[in-house]
Ligand binder design. Structure first.
Ligand code: AMP
Length: 378
């Protein structure tokens, strides 16, 4: 049975993804409850009910479930046990703890992807010093040694060029479950944000073309400048993942495009994704509204791109907490500014983003790069 506007949706995690989800939900007439340990969180600032307790706190989880008619989470590093606990409270939770368990563990994720018949980065799991040696012999170099769980935005990974560096990196991650992945000489990084509804309906946005700086997404261009067949293949990968996980909700597949145009899956995020933020301004139904619809058992919305878009992340530099240049930025009427309500802008913290709409992806990229120069933290 659908959860209709007027009801409360509960969300685990109070970051910017929760905030943008909450804003979409509230626009549709829902109320929002959030469980988040920190005060004044991006999502807490816009939620109707804030339960300020640790994510794994059972009384907090029970309270969240008791005030909510549907539940979701906004990031994949929440403990799957907390999501299982919520599932036991009988309020529907989407995506399921099964989808979370697989996607929050790089080893389980890569095995799942391979079993779905999707090309994946060459990899080997490492749980001991012996497995490290075997993995290095199998995968080769250059490669990335990554923690199997808990990494994001390039955290928890070290690039290694040879056996000595592999051993050194292994020692740095001592005691953790690891994965060695071969470096893929990609020509482009793209992603597909998609959504599967509770009735099995599937809807995907066009692929986004993503550029990173120090492993953090810097610029995302919608649509990606790839061939029609590559775009179709990327969407097909997203569909296979959706069906394999039986996921209900918005999710993202991150892909590498290699020189011959073929694709390799890098990562799955079981939630709205940074590369999909421009769907707020460039599509009738954003990735966040889509998530609301899926979580509430409603029909999915249109993923049609109304105009090309480029999104620039506004990442803290540590030089100050004030964003300078906002007035100049907003002189461009095709710009939409999204700030997440965070007061401190340390280096590497995602503080907000802006989207610029244009007639072609090339024009969107050019204007985004010019506009980016107007802004700085001070
Ligand atoms: P991840 O956290 O796995 O998404 O990695 C963050 C970024 O590091 C990716 O977006 C890529 O730019 C780069 N990266 C990670 N793994 C690989 C790989 N196997 N080959 C090439 N680049 C990679």
């Amino acid at each position: 049975m659908a959860v209709l506007p007027g009801a409360t949706i509960g969300i685990l995690g109070g970051g910017q993804l929760g905030r943008m989800f909450a804003l979409a939900a509230k626009r549709m007439g829902y109320r929002v409850a959030v469980l988040e340990p920190s005060a004044d969180s991006p999502c807490g600032q816009v939620a109707d009910i804030v339960i300020q307790k640790p994510y794994a706190d059972q009384s907090g989880l029970k309270e969240l479930a008791s005030v909510s008619a549907a539940l979701t989470y906004e990031f994949e590093n929440v403990d799957a046990i907390a999501v299982e606990f919520l599932e036991a409270q009988k309020t529907p939770v989407h995506p399921s703890s099964k989808a979370l368990r697989i996607t929050q563990d790089r080893i389980l994720e890569k095995v799942f992807v391979r079993d779905c018949g999707i090309p994946v980065t060459p990899f080997a799991p490492i749980r001991s010093a012996q497995e490290l040696e075997a993995a290095m012999a199998q995968v080769g170099f250059p490669s990335f040694l990554k923690t199997s769980r808990g990494g994001y935005d390039g955290k928890g990974q070290i690039r290694v060029e040879n056996v000595e560096e592999g051993r050194k990196a292994f020692a740095e991650f001592s005691g953790r479950e690891l994965i060695l992945e071969r470096l893929v000489p990609f020509v482009k990084e793209i992603s597909v944000v998609a959504c599967r509804g509770s009735d099995g309906a599937f809807a995907s946005y066009l692929p986004s073309e993503n550029m990173h700086v120090r492993n953090i997404l810097d610029l995302a261009i919608l649509p990606a400048r790839v061939s029609e067949s590559t775009a179709q293949a990327a969407k097909e990968i997203a569909r296979k993942v959706a069906e394999g996980l039986s996921i209900v909700g918005t999710f993202c597949v991150e892909l590498f495009e290699v020189a011959d145009g073929s694709l390799m899956l890098n990562e799955i995020a079981p939630r709205p994704h940074n590369s999909g933020h421009s769907t707020i301004d460039a599509c009738l139904c954003s990735q966040f509204e889509q998530q609301v619809r899926a979580v509430c058992g409603l029909p999915l919305g249109s993923t049609e791109l109304l105009r090309c878009a480029a999104m620039i992340n506004l990442v803290g530099t540590g030089e100050g907490d004030q964003l300078d240049g906002v007035e100049e930025l907003l002189r461009d009427p095709d710009v939409s500014l999204h700030l997440y309500g965070k007061t401190h802008a340390p280096k590497g913290r995602k503080m907000g983003h802006f989207t610029v709409l244009a007639n072609t992806p090339d024009e969107a990229e050019k204007r985004a790069r010019e506009l980016q120069k107007l802004l700085r933290w001070k």
